[in-house]
Design a protein around this ligand. Structure first.
Ligand code: 1PR
Length: 592
């Protein structure tokens, strides 16, 4: 279908941005600035900028948000505020009926969400609001709840407005579940909010989906293919819902939200662009290892095989920039995700590390792609004897703007225990967090080191023949997991760990390699192939990227879903965009 754009009278520009300070964004082009002045929109100094609704809709510059308190909707709030709207939270069922436009970003599990809606007397009112064809935008679970029921821990009855049952993706044929990443939409009918998408990718993260059928076809505005065609969005009149996350889909996502919020604008046709999204894209992730330097400043650092200190007399911590600033830059450069690893989190208590939480808060105000944070996620008792569960630590990270948390050392201990006893206690940080926030929100970061072997039978862990033999000609290795930033080797291999954490509830694996870290000689293809073939959750290849070809190598030779780099991006050796252009030229689908 053809795309549309806004007429000049109510034109809503595509906004170019640059960072002027760690916490603020500014318009980069005069057109956008002129637009702001012309339509008397205000700049909000503390939040970078904001567009007020234009005078014709000034009274409508409030969005009602149905946040039933089950999890993190901070990103949706940030995106709404970024677009210049104020938020009114639903406190009572009447607030739903009084809404001029309602956004429902469902989070958590289907059953828990229905339970809250029913208990608060909101389910019935929500149905009435939607049946009256009032402006509504459901996001993710906010789409699924419109259906009759879900198989998630069920069957569980939904709102019953759309015929169909929400079921789990079938992973028995090797499909990686959760479906995480940037995928293409097939637009099925006119859907005003999707008019700017054309053939560009949007961000999905979910394990359950609704399927198209004759009974619900009049609702479907787009589908997406992931192993099968599932419903990506629905529309009937003023009621819309999307399975993907517009608040995490970069500028495309913001334009979807903008179109929902500025409904009164007329549209005109826009010529189609050349971008072609057809399937799940391989992701390119920028990683920021963060720690406090010797002056007490939080800096982005970078290790050489995990040694982050300069090789000088002072031996100071390598300083490659400011976390918020760099994260913002990578977002503008086209990174598909940004990861923060608090690399000394294992010895500091993360909730005592307020600057890290502050970094997340500032970053999430202006960066609209997924943010992962890791480091120090574990149960902890502080100096006063107060106990904090790992779930509380993770919750604070989510509240501060993280979409996923990454667990390193604590996942190793949990996997060791599980392999020893064969019992899932449900008490590990991994199990607790994935139970509450879903496994798509939990990444396990593995820090393995090569241990060379002459004979693979000499070890009880999975050993493989590698293409680069060891210092004494050894042809085999096993990959020993480490904890505490590589300081301590543990009696478990990366292969055994990966399989165990998948069973314990990890939704994704961030696969580092200490030997390759910071070397710029390419990813450890043997390791990445081993792990990405062993598990059915997505694997992020990490450590060793030094040139664009290393990214194509890892995607062509392994089943990695994403590739992460740090040093080459921090030192401006290779921009994110060059990596993507190269991958695209090699026929590997990426989000452009
Ligand atoms: O164990 O739960 O507290 O988590 C600590 C986290 O911090 C883990 O995810 C661990 O990987 C990370 N970490 C700990 N120490 C270091 C260090 O470098 N001294 N960083 C560290 C790990 C590895 C990558 C790096 C890639 C790409 N950093 O994330 O960014 O190797 O680098 P490159 O492209 O420059 O080669 P816990």
């Amino acid at each position: 279908m053809e795309a549309a754009t806004f007429t000049s009278a109510t034109q809503i520009p595509t906004i170019g941005l640059y960072y002027s300070s760690p916490t603020s964004l500014c318009f980069s082009d005069s057109h956008s600035l002129q637009f702001l002045r012309r339509s008397s929109h205000k700049l909000k100094p503390s939040k970078g900028f904001s567009i007020r609704a234009s005078s014709s809709v000034e009274d409508d510059s409030v969005v009602t948000l149905l946040d039933y308190g089950a999890g993190n909707v901070r990103s949706v709030r940030n995106a709404i505020r970024f677009l210049g709207f104020d938020i009114k939270d639903v406190q009572t069922p009447e607030d739903i009926m009084n809404a001029k436009r309602l956004i429902f970003p469902g989070v958590g599990a289907f059953a828990a969400a229905m339970d809250v809606l029913n208990k608060k007397g909101m389910a019935e009112v929500l149905c009435a609001y939607i049946k009256q064809d009032r402006p509504f935008l459901g996001i993710c679970l906010g789409l699924q709840l419109l259906f009759e029921s879900s198989e998630e821990n069920g069957p569980v009855k939904g709102l019953g407005l759309i015929p169909g049952v929400v079921g789990r993706f079938d992973s028995s044929n090797g499909l990686r579940v959760p479906h995480i990443g940037w995928n293409a939409l097939q637009i099925r009918k006119d859907s005003q909010i999707l008019d700017d998408i054309e053939s560009r990718h949007v961000y999905f993260v979910h394990s359950y989906r609704a399927m198209p059928s004759d009974d619900n076809k009049e609702w479907i505005s787009s589908t997406c293919n992931y192993g099968e065609n599932f419903i990506a969005s629905v529309r009937r009149g003023n009621v819309q819902a999307v399975q993907f996350h517009p608040e995490k889909s970069g500028d495309v996502g913001l334009s979807i939200l903008r179109r929902f919020l500025y409904q009164k604008c007329e549209t005109t046709k826009k010529p189609p662009v050349q971008r072609k999204a057809s399937k799940l894209a391989k992701r390119v992730i920028a990683c920021l290892d963060v720690r406090t330097n010797d002056n007490g400043d939080l800096v982005v650092t970078k290790g050489d095989q995990y040694d982050v200190r300069e090789n000088t007399e002072e031996n100071e911590v390598r300083n490659l920039g400011k976390p918020v600033e760099l994260a913002g830059q990578y977002y503008l450069d086209g990174a598909d995700e940004v990861s923060f690893l608090n690399i000394t989190g294992f010895r500091d208590f993360p909730l005592g590390d307020l600057p890290m939480l502050q970094v997340l808060r500032y970053t999430s105000e202006n960066v609209f792609v997924p943010l992962t944070v890791g480091g120090g996620i574990r149960d902890f008792t502080d100096g006063t004897g107060r106990y904090y569960s790992s779930l509380e630590v993770a919750s604070e990270y989510f509240r501060s703007g993280a979409d996923k948390v990454s667990i390193g050392s604590d996942a190793v201990y949990a996997a060791e225990e599980y392999l020893k006893t064969g019992v899932k206690t449900g008490k590990s940080s991994l199990e607790q967090i994935s139970r509450v926030y879903g496994n798509q929100a939990v990444v396990v970061s593995i820090d393995p080191r090569r241990v060379y072997l002459k004979d693979p039978n000499n070890v009880k862990f999975k050993a493989i023949r590698v293409r680069n033999p060891g210092p004494n000609g050894e042809e085999y290795v096993w990959y020993q997991c480490t904890v505490n930033g590589g300081r301590e080797g543990r009696p478990i291999g990366a292969y055994e760990l990966a399989k165990a954490v998948e069973e314990l509830g990890a939704g994704e694996i961030l696969l580092n390699c200490i030997d390759s870290d910071g070397q710029g000689k390419g990813f450890d293809i043997d390791l990445i192939k081993l792990i990405s073939d062993a598990v059915s959750i997505p694997v992020i290849a990490s450590s060793g990227a030094g040139a664009v070809e290393h990214f194509s190598d890892v995607f062509l030779e392994t089943n990695a879903s994403a590739a992460l780099a740090a040093g080459i991006f921090h030192r401006n050796e290779v921009p994110v965009q060059s990596v993507k252009e190269h991958l695209s030229k090699e026929g590997i689908e990426v989000r452009m």
